[in-house]
Design a protein around this ligand. Sequence first.
Ligand code: NAD
Ligand code: DAU
Length: 340
Amino acid sequence: MRLLVCGGAGFIGSTFARQRLLEHGDEVTVLDKLTYAGREENFHDFAERPGFSFQRGAIEDPDAVAGAIAAAEPDAIVNFAAETHVDRSIAEPDAFVRTHALGTYVLLEAARTLKGTGEHGLRYLQVSTDEVYGSIEQGTFTEESPLRPSSPYSATKTGADLLVQSYFHTYGLPAVICRGSNNFGPYQYPEKLIPLMILNALHGDRLPVYGDGMQVRNWIHAGDFARAIGHVLAHGVPGEVYNAGGPDECPNIEVVKRIIELTGAEESLIEYVTDRPGHDRRYSLSSEKVRALGWSPQVRFAEGLEETVAWYRENAWWWEPIRSGDYREYYQRQYGLGLS
Ligand code: NAD
Ligand code: DAU
């Protein structure tokens, strides 16, 4: 299959690109704007492989999208491109609106124009998130649950999902949506809970826990989410939504304590800080629908976390340029704390 992977220089998009290229023999063209979160370093082990190519450009730029489509001649477009950090969406929402609303619209228009010209017809997959359903204290969200996003991040992701569904209903674009729970694993930018805590613990820096630390997240390994996306692309029914949640949930403070054990850091590094405004208490996804297509997650949280800590320990080449660059200013602004 020939794939155009938008946002493929990020954490999950590059995991997906690697899997499709190396395990499935697909041809992969990545279109990515290279924001602070997108990095060519994420292609280090497959950049030179035949069948892989990279185009720098934004999904909201029709010329960049047209150029990438002409180069890729794709059977499918998979859209990972997004601004993904909830805290940044609270501080500066504009890029979230631009990329999720305008960017998704530009991609959908390009896909609509191309529909039916590929050998098997062009498919479109939108990568989405459990955050579109909002918070759930007990029980679990299905694909039929109401959409109640709470942050500018999740609200704009929800808007993008609705636009995708409108292109299926109105124009017959064979589009599917795959909504994942909290991902973790190698190559995740250290603004997110797990890599931030691992790197701070390894450096002896404070471990900033929001509020009471009892918010619960449903953790899925990025390799498992990437496989779910591949599965939905191959077997999903156009117009449908598929949730892909991980096998384990865990309160944040327990995640931080496990990282302390795995890194040998001091528990006294934990610092309870001001809570995130509008903080969702718990996410939980039912994945019965995608399981019925034959997918199931392979990585349990405990083992995956141990491997992830080991990966960050062994791959300082990947995170050192981030931790010594603009990230330091972001961190100071966000936490009012310094980094060593
Ligand atoms: P990430 O922040 O690591 O990567 C996002 C990528 O998109 C980067 O390479 C960035 O350069 C690129 N990008 C951003 N704006 C762009 C634009 N306008 N045009 C082109 N490229 C652009 O994010 P991630 O964690 O890999 O998330 C990927 C997707 O998965 C997102 O759509 C996100 O909403 C979704 N998702 C993430 C998680 C998670 O826990 N990380 C969970 C569920 C769903
Ligand atoms: O649920 C899927 C979503 O998961 C994705 O759609 C988002 O793109 C992704 O960023 C993630 O959102 P969260 O807000 O859940 O992830 P984050 O890693 O930012 O935070 C996880 C939890 O940890 C959350 O309850 C906030 C808390 N937290 C986070 C940071 C960065 C802290 O307590 N301290 C921190 O320093």
